[in-house]
Design a protein around this ligand. Structure first.
Ligand code: HEM
Length: 264
């Protein structure tokens, strides 16, 4: 059914037709109301058109290519690892946002506040122990899934033309996921965190030419302190979530447009 656009078209009379069920009438009234103001039907049609045009350019699926009918290919479960990474990422994001209600990076120049707040989450907050465990496990499971997903893409040759850009985007994603993990690891400001931070500063300082500048930028100086923790905190909760979410959306969007590759 097409929604008429002429000025003399009377929607009210048209909607009173006998053959419409009450649900259809409510749906169409809402659709016409929104469409009159935002022209969504036009834009949806444009989007649909673009989608089909792009899809025509895409290679055949594995099933079509090898004329497999609907036979189950036994490597297919490994094709779910990318989606599994997305799920783990969502669990980490939601549990992380909840942890954010209780965690505090530092106060008045005292980074031990962070350690105290994690201790409080573990001991006093209802389900705090579970929340922190879910966040930590989700992050680790995500890293494992992303790595295995990369192996799947590599061994099925799915990185080849026309998917090279998505492979490069994947490299950026796995690198940023590691930075995500590292910045989160430092947040409890316990012994593990402190010494992992120390290794980070020393690695930065050992880098030729840009070492000192890198240590200043990332760790807030040559020794660990409140500036280090606040930098890690802002990266972990303010910058990386937006950047990584946007890049995952782009990565999955490209898969949607290109279709899944047949194994080479
Ligand atoms: C945050 C990390 C990542 C997420 C959430 C993610 C998500 C996904 C998803 C959902 C798919 C659809 C197919 C599938 O599930 O296997 C996919 C495909 C793909 N991914 Fe990733 N991915 C990530 C990291 C990577 C990495 C590290 C690489 C490689 C360096 C990569 C390269 C690709 C390529 C080339 C495809 C297309 C594969 C095909 O068409 O068969 N991705 N990704």
């Amino acid at each position: 059914m097409s929604l008429e656009k002429q000025d003399d078209f009377d929607h009210r009379t048209w909607l009173k037709r006998k053959d419409l069920t009450p649900i259809e009438t409510v749906f169409l009234t809402a659709l016409i109301y929104i469409d009159k103001r935002l022209r969504i039907v036009d834009y949806l049609e444009l989007l649909e058109d673009a989608y089909y045009k792009v899809n025509l350019q895409m290679p055949k699926s594995h099933t079509e290519q090898y004329d497999l009918d609907n036979k189950f290919w036994y490597w297919y479960p490994l094709y779910s690892l990318g989606f599994f990474s997305v799920l783990a990422y969502i669990v980490a994001a939601v549990s992380g946002a909840l942890l954010g209600f209780y965690y505090s990076p530092s106060a008045a120049g005292d980074p031990t506040v962070a350690y105290q707040s994690v201790k409080m989450i573990m001991q006093d907050v209802q389900f705090g122990y579970a929340l922190r465990s879910i966040h930590r496990w989700a992050a680790q499971i995500m890293m494992a899934a992303v790595f295995l997903h990369m192996l799947r893409v590599y061994f099925t040759g799915s990185y080849k033309e026309p998917r090279e850009l998505n492979w490069l985007l994947g490299i950026i994603l796995i690198s940023l996921s590691m930075v995500f993990g590292y910045t989160g690891y430092l947040l409890p400001w316990n012994q593990l965190a402190f010494w992992a931070g120390q290794i980070g500063v020393e690695m930065a300082l050992a880098t030729p030419i840009v070492g000192e500048w890198g240590a200043q930028l990332l760790f807030g100086g040559f020794t660990l302190g409140q500036a280090t923790l606040v930098r890690m905190y802002i990266l972990h909760v303010f910058i990386l979530p937006f950047v990584v979410t946007a890049l995952i959306a782009l990565h999955v969007g490209i898969v949607w447009v290109q279709g899944i590759a047949e194994p080479h």
